[in-house]
Design a protein around this ligand. Structure first.
Ligand SMILES: [Fe+2]
Length: 590
């Protein structure tokens, strides 16, 4: 929702319906946006949808035709949904919203590009969008200047870096379109054994980052799986069964596809820099969530500065489409100062104010302590973190994008050697391949990480500084892959990966004053300006949105305290939770 060009609200439907990646018409998200803007549908000037359904359908038709009769089964499976729903998006929107005005359909990659450039702090910049696929484009680049934006080059389906990564996600036994981050985490334990096979057989990569895939190895054009028998033969067997044991092979495959992805992104980046002459870069598209590749692009100095849309996946396309309508279609100017972005910390979702929380607590007879000011609350919570307590932190407006950024987060002490396994096993109920992410005071970040830029949206991975690292003993080096995760690798063991990397969030007082104040107080107490920040949910569940979901998650897990606005809840004082569902079965693993 834009109001006079300003981003006033953004949220994903999954947070309201509690159905991860909910693909249905976003009824509740729209209601929230209207409510936040204080308007009704009749006040809306323009609605913009993030891609062109007819062109996408054309691509699907053409692809099936060129493979026919192979794939006819999956074609007929997909067809009814398109004919019934997806093609008639304009009607659906107008009907469900009760809206009779203009509905725009920019291209998928144009929406990604707009979501990257328009909210960035840059007056002009190169733009790179890389994802699975939209209509046809899978990678594209161009230039944004003032309120103008132009994409000049694209790689088309079926040749897709996003889908190559997803093919390996599928083959290593994770869920496509949501388990990719697991492959990235797993890569750290592997050797790049299969890189040459990828280049020799799967992919013809050019110096400028463009590439072609050999489609005989993939099955996503005509079938319902990502990889083909030929792919399985090349890598020595069928895909790993989900939830079965992970072996060195999966780690080596993950490392290999991660290395290839980094190489492609680097080559693309260098080429874009050369062709556009731009010193700054904006990025979006699902592949832009690969924060290891992003960190590398920044460290290699290909661009002076990089801004990445925090909702880099397709959810952010909605924001881009709206910004295109404002700047490109309506021709409205854009004002930036090269320093502050216009994304407002991505804290664009629903809020529960103290009155609402108080009502919820009293109606449900939930014991809680109310603090008179947020400052008093943060002092108390900082002490609890220092006592190695695990805290659910629900404060302010919910984040837009897949990362928790200190509004719907679970937090803890980054110095604690036991925190990693405690939080994984007792709170998230999962094994993890990655350590937790650190939230660090922006001004202190250079003392802890080899990071020259700020990373407010947790989209950059950076090495922990050398003097903080801990060598592994010969004994520890012999441990198998994931078992190494519990070996402390630095003086901040809970957030340091086995290769000394960390997925950093820098926190500043402008974007999130309460969260900044909390970490500031933690530093005054302990000398350490770094805490653990992980998303407020259990495995497979969408991040919590409302106080009742936060309370339920708090009660179902071994969290010690819950912060709801300026209220603090102590687990030991809570009545027992009466439940009739087996929630562990409710949410599927990625
Ligand atoms: Fe996309």
């Amino acid at each position: 929702m834009l109001k006079d060009g300003e981003i006033v609200a953004a949220a994903q439907e999954e947070r309201f319906t509690r159905k991860k990646h909910d693909p249905d018409y976003p009824e509740q998200a729209i209601a929230f946006c209207l409510k936040t803007a204080g308007i009704t549908a009749a006040d809306i000037d323009i609605v913009a949808f993030y891609d062109k359904p007819w062109v996408k359908f054309e691509r699907i038709l053409e692809t099936y035709l060129s493979y026919a009769p192979v794939g006819i089964g999956s074609f007929f499976k997909a067809l009814p949904l398109w004919l019934k729903d997806k093609l008639w998006m304009r009607d659906t929107i107008q009907e469900k919203l009760g809206f009779e005005g203009k509905v725009l359909f920019p291209e998928h990659h144009e929406s990604h590009a707009a979501s990257a450039f328009y909210p960035s702090p840059f007056q002009e910049a190169a733009i790179l969008a890389v994802d699975g696929v939209g209509e046809w484009a899978t990678s594209s680049f161009g230039v944004g200047k003032d309120n103008e934006l132009k994409l000049e080059y694209q790689i088309n389906f079926p040749h897709s870096l996003g889908l190559l990564y997803s093919a390996f996600t599928y083959y290593t036994g994770f869920k496509v379109n949501s388990g990719e981050y697991k492959v990235m985490g797993l890569a750290t334990y592997g050797e790049p054994k299969y890189v040459s096979q990828i280049y020799e057989s799967l992919m013809d990569l050019k110096e400028d980052g463009s590439f072609k895939l050999d489609m005989r190895y993939f099955n996503y054009c005509a079938g319902l799986t990502m990889t083909s028998g030929k792919f399985h033969n090349l890598f020595g067997g069928p895909p790993r069964k989900p939830e079965s044991k992970i072996t060195q092979k999966e780690m080596d495959l993950a490392r290999s596809v991660q290395d290839v992805t980094e190489e492609v992104i680097l080559r693309m980046g260098r080429h874009v820099r050369k062709v556009t002459g731009q010193k700054k870069l904006c990025m979006a598209g699902g592949v832009a969530l690969n924060c290891v590749a992003n960190g590398k692009l920044l460290r290699e100095g290909v661009f002076d500065d990089i801004w990445i849309q925090p909702a880099a996946g397709d959810a952010g396309g909605a924001l881009g489409a709206a910004l295109l309508a404002w700047h490109k279609v309506e021709g409205k100017p854009r004002k930036v100062d090269e320093k502050r972005d216009l994304q407002k910390g991505s804290l664009l979702g629903p809020v529960a104010d103290n009155d609402e929380i108080e009502r919820y607590l009293s109606e449900n007879s939930i014991p809680a302590k109310k603090f008179q000011t947020t400052g008093e609350l943060t002092s108390a919570v900082a002490e609890l973190i220092a006592q190695e307590k695990v805290i659910g932190w629900f404060h302010g407006r919910m984040e837009f994008g897949p990362r928790a950024l200190g509004a719907r987060s679970i937090i803890g002490d980054s110095r604690s050697p036991k925190m990693q396994s405690t939080m994984n096993l007792k709170i998230k109920f999962r094994e993890s391949f990655r350590p937790f992410a650190p939230s660090v005071l922006r001004d202190r970040a250079p003392q802890y990480f080899e990071l020259t830029a700020e990373s407010p949206y947790m989209l950059l991975v950076a090495p922990v500084r050398e003097e903080r690292r801990k060598e592994m003993t010969e004994e520890q080096k012999k441990l198998f892959g994931i078992d190494k995760l519990n070996v402390p690798r630095s003086d901040l063991p809970a957030i340091t990966h086995v290769d000394y990397s960390a997925r950093v969030q820098t926190v500043d007082g402008d974007r999130n004053p309460a969260y900044h104040d909390l970490i500031d107080k933690f530093e005054k107490l302990t000398g350490c300006p770094v805490i653990i920040n992980t998303s407020f949910n259990v495995r497979g569940e969408p991040i919590v949105c409302r106080p009742e979901e936060a309370y339920l998650c708090f009660m179902r897990t071994n969290m010690d305290y819950l912060v709801l606005g300026d209220f603090l809840l102590d687990k030991t004082q809570q009545p027992e939770l009466a439940e009739d569902t087996d929630w562990r079965k409710e949410f599927e693993l990625d």
